[in-house]
Design a protein around this ligand. Structure first.
Ligand SMILES: Nc1nc2c(c(=O)[nH]1)N=C([C@H](O)[C@@H](O)CO)CN2
Length: 118
């Protein structure tokens, strides 16, 4: 299987377990590794035969911006579910980073890998 990836997709969302975090948005970065066979699209040089990363990015940005989860774990899981359901992908890796969460660290986050059940 091949991979189509998106790195550091920036989205502002309501996210966090503390009361003050429910009142603000915070910057998240999303990394996606999407398992997809690109051979046919490459052979025909045809975007209609591949996964349009622009469409994926717009859908994920729309979803995350409207979300109000407490845990980044939940957000990562739901992004994976969305991609498998809406874009018919076989496997997806989702990394959600919340760089503002820990002042003493450059970044924190979670990574999940999920596959479509066949
Ligand atoms: N494993 C996690 N730990 C924590 C999370 C989280 O989403 N997953 N969230 C918080 C707070 O919201 C924190 O980001 C506030 O700065 C703490 N730990």
């Amino acid at each position: 299987m091949d991979t189509i990836f998106i790195e550091q997709l920036a989205v502002d969302a309501v996210i966090g377990v503390y009361d003050w975090e429910r009142e603000i948005t915070q910057r998240l970065f999303i990394d996606l590794d999407i398992g997809f066979t690109i051979r046919d699209a490459a052979a025909d040089d045809d975007v209609d035969q591949t996964l349009d990363y622009q469409a994926v990015a717009e859908r994920v940005q729309e979803f995350v911006a409207a979300s109000r989860y407490r845990l980044i774990e939940t957000l990562a899981e739901e992004i994976a579910r969305l991609l498998i359901a809406d874009f018919d992908v076989l496997e997806v890796g989702v990394r959600v980073s919340k760089p503002g969460a820990l002042p003493q660290a450059a970044n924190v986050g979670v990574r999940v890998t999920r596959s479509r059940e066949v």
